[in-house]
Design a protein around this ligand. Sequence first.
Ligand code: IPE
Ligand code: IPE
Ligand code: MG
Ligand code: MG
Length: 306
Amino acid sequence: LESSAIFDLQLYMSEQGALVNGALARILDTQDEPTPILGAMTYSLMGGGKRIRPILCLAAARAVGGEPAAALPAALALEMIHTYSLIHDDLPALDDDALRRGQPTCHTRFDEPTAILAGDALLTLAFETLADAPGATKPADNYPDAGQWMQVVAIISKAVGYKGMIEGQMQDLDAEGKILSMEALETMHALKTGALIEASVHVGALLGNGAAEQIDALRSYARKIGLAFQVTDDMLNIKGDPDIMGKAVGTDRERRKNTYPTLLGLTKTERFAHCLVEAALQAVESFDNKAQPLRVLARYIVERNR
Ligand code: IPE
Ligand code: IPE
Ligand code: MG
Ligand code: MG
């Protein structure tokens, strides 16, 4: 697939997405009989989503010559954490959104307490999934060892914690109605969205047994596409089609959010996003064809319409 001249991204994403969805569904199924909280967790986790972070994680394992299957538990954990962050991001106390992934947000479909707790539960389940990964507690052939899994826990927890995604979310809320400098805006985006994307690629490369130089290059790639991802989200909030995106548009302006288009305008923002992609591609220049999915994903991140 990756060596063919024309790489079919749509096919690749639907195959990888199905793999991730199947594995996520199996984890939720093996919980005890469906309780209201499991119902809410399942509703949000299985209710669509592009699965970009898990797909990046698996693609990074592949890019370094590793076996994507070894990284699957991390890919699942990343999507659980991402979904939790969306449930909480949509709460009335944060962005107060009613639509997500083409359906009512968790607190709209259920209620606020349930949505808060469903987010908490998905965050916790992510770390349970890592702890239960093959090789994490007892050696398993061809799987990462306990030390690697602990490194993964360290990387992901730092990325989404109070110096990472949570700090970014705090800065985003604090900046409503103010005008940030370009530098402060970049920092906010790198934290609220970039950190989890960088962690996704980082742990994928680690679990694929990548060499230090490979991991450095991939992290640099991920920082570029992570920023490009949020910059594109900002643009879609202005010019996107809500039916395709499955979420509302115009909300950043309503809430007086700080975004790239508000500071630069749409034309310059689009140019900036494409520059980031070129820089990301340069970072993985020395990789062979196994990195082809990562290259195609980089372009997709700025060309997507959802
Ligand atoms: C949306 O993320 C929130 C941001 C960090 C910009 P995605 O665009 O990956 O959302 P889903 O997972 O596909 O719904
Ligand atoms: C979401 O950012 C970032 C996190 C959930 C950590 P936004 O608030 O800009 O994303 P959307 O537009 O609601 O998806
Ligand atoms: Mg937000
Ligand atoms: Mg939001």
